[in-house]
Design a binder for this molecule. Sequence first.
Ligand code: NAI
Length: 331
Amino acid sequence: AKEPVRVLVTGAAGQIGYALVPMIARGVMLGTDQPVILHMLDIPPAAEALNGVKMELVDAAFPLLKGVVATTDAVEACTGVNIAVMVGGFPRKEGMERKDVMSKNVSIYKAQASALEQHAAPNCKVLVVANPANTNALILKEFAPSIPAKNITCLTRLDHNRALGQISEKLNVQVSDVKNVIIWGNHSSSQYPDVNHATVNTAAGEKPVRELVKDDAWLNGEFITTVQQRGAAIIKARKLSSALSAASSACDHIRDWVLGTPEGTWVSMGVYSDGSYNVPAGLIYSFPVTCRNGEWTIVQGLSIDEFSRKKLDLTAEELSEEKALAYSCLS
Ligand code: NAI
């Protein structure tokens, strides 16, 4: 039998946490033959709710779940973890300045970076979900210098999956037949959902999405804004964040990273930029990646037209500004 993998979920008493931990315990993230031990972290005001989640995990009697650590102590939570899914953070509240929200999250991610660096298992893989996701991941990377930069990522898979969903609805095809959309840049409304290389598996073989949709105005307009603003649309409808789809996409992100992407398919991940596609190095930026043997690689050589170039640059500019704002909170 396989050794259990220790998976940390921070913010585990929150909305996404509640959707995510049962998926992990059922093998959605790491496979149905992989036992797991869940580490759940939240803050003292949420301790009772966190304990309630632990009670439910026990009650669900998941065969793969070999243990549960529920704690408000970051060191205890981080000790020995192989995978860390960082969902905990400080949300923007009405009337708050951007800088104040950034400052709260910078101090959270700085502290948790140290706890992970000192106590996580070697080669721990980190996925930051909490917003501002790219910049939280960058702060985590800066304050955990002994964790390789390639191990620190942020979630844009939800946006990627939203783009697949929109194309599948538009063409009335199965979502599993659509692939290779790209989310470039920030997990914010400046992101660029790109379909220029996306294809659909049809009875007549693989066809470009642009050829099938035959509606460039929609692809260059409403499609992009729908994906960019989908999070806000869900909040408006549910009065709560898109917890189900965020949790499911977080599982997709880790599963593909650990177990690999299918041949001929790429996914979007927020990763540390090496300057590919003339994106400034040193940002956490969403790129198309393939994964093999537990490592991601940015897909190279895709053509970028003028329309796309502007959008790649715009979202990079926003990330550079966020980075500067985050650094200004440190001093
Ligand atoms: P929520 O407010 O229901 O849960 C957040 C949890 O984090 C709360 O239980 C809170 O007590 C906890 N928390 C706060 N500070 C913490 C700390 N220092 N350490 C550990 N836990 C801490 O929020 P929800 O809906 O679960 O969303 C979580 C985050 O995910 C938000 O930042 C949200 O904006 C983001 N998000 C990101 C998405 C993505 O695609 N990247 C999609 C949807 C949401």
